[in-house]
Design a protein around this ligand. Structure first.
Ligand code: AMP
Length: 290
């Protein structure tokens, strides 16, 4: 039976009880409107931990002015049914007041990892993410927390945050779940018209183009990024407004000059009024052409 909890103190007690029974705790934070990507995190958590806690919280502090906080899809009841069917024991659905009270002053600054890419396009976003994740981890105190590679920069920020602040929580990154045609699953895909959804494939196809160029022997990061921009522009001429397309280091997220070890291709942009992000791993072929 799944138990829905909305207060921080009840969540602490419920987890403390599980711990007294000797159970390990897995945590999957989400903003709800759940899809198979979220479910894959839950499955990973169920495999590795005795009980799984999922949070559903559309965190206001990680949205900027004019972003989609108000229209972000919310369907908590359906989400809880879905989580119950997947074997989640505890679902945490705090209100913004419960999470932040009225006088919170302290925030968590993730530093240089947040300066580029999403952080540049969405000022303040990662302070909001780092702060809410720190709060969740200190309320739930899981053994392991599960995050999707879909939000690659977020995953990098959270890994460093748990390390640098000695939170004592293991962070597990889980692979991106995609639709059959390659589009990465996202709660925001619900905003796309059929035509926009088609244009949105420009993102995953641009990543494919980078992977393909690398396989053919191109190792210069900037040239691979140009291949991504060209592929995106030709797939959806005029329909995708790119924010960035880049090849970056797995941990620092700084641009990579030459891909001589595994790196990450990252891309983001807007289709109509919907902002989408995607990324993929880039592994240089061994013994191939220089
Ligand atoms: P969100 O509800 O969008 O904040 O996402 C909650 C968690 O699910 C984050 O760790 C995301 O990275 C992860 N996630 C979202 N979409 C996907 C996906 N398509 N594949 C894997 N993980 C995902």
């Amino acid at each position: 039976m799944i138990e829905r909890i909305s207060s921080k103190s009840e969540m602490r007690s419920a987890v403390a009880e599980a711990r007294r029974e000797g159970k390990t705790v897995g945590f999957v934070p989400t903003m709800g409107a759940l899809h198979a990507g979220h479910v894959s995190l839950v499955h990973a958590a169920c495999e590795r931990c005795d009980i799984v806690v999922t949070s559903i919280f559309v965190n206001p502090t990680q949205f900027g002015q004019g972003e989609d906080f108000e229209r972000y899809p919310r369907r908590v009841e359906g989400d809880i049914e879905m989580l119950a069917a997947e074997g989640v024991e505890l679902v945490f659905t705090p209100s913004a007041e419960e999470m932040y009270g009225t006088g919170a002053l302290v925030t968590v600054d993730p530093g240089s990892l947040a300066a580029r890419w999403e952080g540049e396009v969405r000022p303040g976003h990662f302070v909001g993410v780092a702060t809410v994740v720190t709060k969740f981890l200190s309320i739930v105190r899981p053994d392991l927390a599960f995050f999707g590679e879909k939000d690659y920069q977020q995953l990098a920020v959270v890994k460093r945050l748990t390390l640098d602040l000695d939170l004592g929580v293991g962070v597990v990154g889980c692979p991106i779940v995609r639709d059959a045609d390659g589009l990465a699953l996202s709660s925001r895909n619900a905003f796309l018209s059929a035509e926009e959804r088609d244009h949105a494939l420009a993102l995953s196809e641009a990543l494919e183009a980078a992977a393909q160029s690398l396989a053919w022997g191109e190792r210069r990061g900037e040239v691979l990024a140009i291949a991504m921009r060209e592929a995106a522009a030709s797939r959806a001429p005029g329909a995708l407004t790119l924010d960035y397309a880049a090849v970056v280091d797995l941990e620092t997220l700084e641009p990579v000059a030459i891909v001589d070890r595994p790196a990450r291709a990252i891309i983001a942009g807007r289709v109509g009024s919907t902002r989408l992000i995607d990324n993929c791993s880039l592994v240089p072929p061994t013994g191939g052409v220089a």
